[in-house]
Design a protein around this ligand. Structure first.
Ligand code: ADQ
Length: 469
């Protein structure tokens, strides 16, 4: 029997399903230890569930032994672990999710690997997530399945719980038809998604790509203008809903955080990323070096501070990228550094929210130049933390965030010369222009925040599900 607190936690009826839980377990000497999971999806859903309660279903990162739990009794919402058989973890997670779907969906098909055995594991694990969800939900719940790891889960879940309201939200880009069709299993993947009542993406470009695929690959009746696909007598709503952040939380962190310790002499250009090849870190370092070449007046005055949180370090491509960045940092520092100045400071670790907010607040420029990015929350966090003399946001036009953050300086991250020129423009921007741009950016992010996003997502899902019953 659930106790009172448990019942309270479940009252919101919101169920989120994602590959990882917001805490990952590691086996320590005294049993499992909880570590906070990092990344954009956790940043998005944690404030919502903290606020409203609900249930989070996901993989805790290890096999639980009898009597062990993921909860520590202090959580404001319920956590339900999904077990993944040990032999399926690698082909499902490191394999199909991160070596097939991740590169392909970021329009890097040359990096994608296609292995039937990994696809098989992906199907098995998705089915397991659906079974765990069906076992944990109540009939009136609103289930939101998240991201590219679980694109088949709505299909399996629909069979197990035909009446339940199911939404799916993709946190990464949806690629154009010509790229998506390269995937040997493109059609079953689409059908899995279309079992949801609502399919959400960050921006309208991804919606267009998706609808193009449902029409051209499955021949389904697709209304692009209204965002509707008809399948098996049901109507699937397809929407763009740009994710926001917990703006007030970041703003208050920035107001209270101690000095970042940059000193008065130094101007700081800040990069903050998971260490991932889609984030364009080597290209960014090349652009910074180009700035020092073409504008020597910035030498000994400007520093690139790059934070990279370790990510997917079991995957070969990520290990190679780490080596490449280590070498590049060494080369640039060796070439331009002096006895008293290193052009690049590189921290390969996660930093605390407090420290991160201080760095965001005190940095002169946020250098956010992914090669491709579903949204990019770092750009939004930077803006929320600009509570003093405002800095400049330099943002790739290939990030979803660029569709709405139009007052940023937009760059093509593949164009090193232009990126260096825009960085110079950012460093030289007069205060009046910085203020005007930042004011507009902050106003939008303050209102289009994560709470509004969640409210709309649930409202739209409820409406779409009602129409299908
Ligand atoms: P990510 O690829 O993880 O998310 P992003 O949206 O930038 O990318 O979120 C990264 C998060 O990790 C931010 O909240 C940031 O503060 C945090 N972070 C990064 N480096 C850190 C460090 N060194 N220390 C502490 N924290 C750090 C995916 C998609 C994105 C999409 C999100 C949400 O790839 O495009 O915006 O999901 O949908």
């Amino acid at each position: 029997m659930p106790d009172d607190r448990t019942r309270e936690r479940r009252e919101s009826g919101l169920v989120t399903v994602s590959n990882r839980l917001p805490v990952t377990l590691r086996r320590g000497p005294r049993g499992p230890e909880r570590v906070r999971s990092s990344g954009g999806l956790v940043a998005a859903f944690e404030p919502i569930l903290e606020d409203r309660g609900g249930l989070w279903i996901g993989w805790p990162g290890l096999e639980l032994r009898p009597g062990e739990s993921v909860s520590d009794g202090e959580d404001h919402y319920q956590l339900a672990p999904v077990g993944i058989p040990r032999h399926d973890v690698k082909p499902y997670y490191q394999g199909f999710s991160n070596r097939t779907l991740w590169p392909l969906f970021h329009t890097l098909p040359g990096q994608a690997v296609f292995e039937t055995s990994e696809w098989d594991a992906y199907q098995r694990v998705n089915e397991r997530f659906a079974e765990a969800t069906a076992a944990a939900i109540q009939p009136d719940d609103h289930v939101i399945v998240n991201d590219y790891h679980l694109m088949l889960t709505p299909g399996y879940l629909r069979k197990l719980a035909p009446e339940v309201a199911v939404g799916f939200f993709l946190h990464i880009p949806f690629p154009p038809y010509d790229v998506f069709r390269v995937l040997p299993w493109a059609r079953p993947l689409l059908r899995g998604l279309l079992a949801a009542d609502l399919v959400g993406f960050h921006v309208s470009g991804y919606v267009r790509n998706f609808l193009d695929c449902t029409h051209r690959l499955l021949g389904l009746k697709t209304d692009v203008r209204r965002g509707i696909v008809q399948i098996d007598g049901r109507t699937v709503r397809v929407i763009a809903l740009p994710l926001g952040i917990d703006f007030a939380h970041y703003e208050s962190l920035a107001k209270g955080a101690p000095d970042a310790g940059f000193g008065n002499q130094e101007r700081v250009v800040l990069g903050v990323d998971r260490l991932d090849y889609t984030k364009g870190i080597p290209e960014r370092i090349h652009a910074f070096a180009r700035l020092l070449e073409t504008h020597p007046e910035h030498r000994e005055k400007v520093t690139l501070l790059q934070l990279a949180v370790p990510s997917r370090s079991q995957v070969t491509e990520y290990q190679e990228l780490k080596r490449e960045i280590d070498e590049l940092v060494g080369q640039v520092n060796g070439r331009f550094g002096t006895a008293s100045w290193s052009p690049i400071r590189y921290l390969y670790r996660s930093v605390s929210p407090d420290k991160l907010a201080a760095m965001y607040r005190d940095a002169d420029v946020a250098f956010v130049t992914p090669l491709r990015d579903g949204m990019n929350l770092v750009a939004k966090e930077y803006v929320a933390c600009q509570v003093n003399d405002p800095g400049v946001l330099l943002l790739s036009h290939t990030a979803g965030a660029a569709e709405t953050m139009t007052e940023a300086l937009l760059v093509n991250p593949y164009n090193i010369d232009d990126t260096a020129a825009k960085l110079h423009q950012a460093l030289a921007m007069p205060k009046g222009e910085r203020r005007a741009r930042m004011r507009a950016l902050r106003k939008r992010e303050a209102s289009h925040n994560v709470h509004r996003w969640a409210k709309r997502l649930v409202q739209r899902l409820a409406r779409a599900a009602r129409e299908n019953r």
